[in-house]
Design a protein around this ligand. Sequence first.
Ligand SMILES: [Ca+2]
Ligand SMILES: [Ca+2]
Ligand SMILES: [Ca+2]
Ligand SMILES: [Ca+2]
Length: 230
Amino acid sequence: MKKVIIVLFILGCMLFAEENVFNGLIDNFEDSNITEAPNWWTFGNSEQEVVETGKFNKDPLYKYLGKYYMQITGKTKEYYIGGMGAYLAGDASNDTHLKLYVLGNGPDSGKLTIQLYDDDNGTTELEQDKANNYEPINDDRIEYSMNVTWKGWKVVLLPLPLNGQKSPFKDTNPKVGDNIWNPDHKAGSGGFLHFQFIFLATTKTGDINIGVDNIKLLNLKGGVGKNNEF
Ligand SMILES: [Ca+2]
Ligand SMILES: [Ca+2]
Ligand SMILES: [Ca+2]
Ligand SMILES: [Ca+2]
């Protein structure tokens, strides 16, 4: 009995270390759809489909994928294909990294742009300029793009620009917001408001064929250890 309690206590500490104020999970697609928890909006011509992971049972990362992941496909003649986003409004002020699993299909699998928005005017919503490509009016957007060039699943771990931490994410609206990644709930702020993907081809005329899973923010202040590697 004592052993069980100790194991439970250690498990509890591990969960607690990773999932503090905002539980950090954006989506793992285990509810088998993209319209619940969170309810993703989609735009453009990309196709997003939640599919079973079974065909990857030989992949070393298979055991971390659960039953479902999201497959993204689409074609373009002008780089841009489409995208999807979710409203979260979580307090992410303790989260140091974004982690996600990305499935590639070879050298030109596509380009993935990741955008995170924080609330800088205490409204818990992202005011957008509909006349100007839905650009934020008051809130910051930090952004990072990567070409998916590999085949199979890979863990992508990206430091966030929290408290001056070096990060590949850059503020892409320097005239809007306070240009500081401050996704907390202070002064009525909605914190980490939106998460968004933009799907592109790596060539002007091309396509995208990637998968994503286990999208989460987490706190790695204690370092990337065995317990929180995946
Ligand atoms: Ca999954
Ligand atoms: Ca706002
Ligand atoms: Ca800004
Ligand atoms: Ca900000």
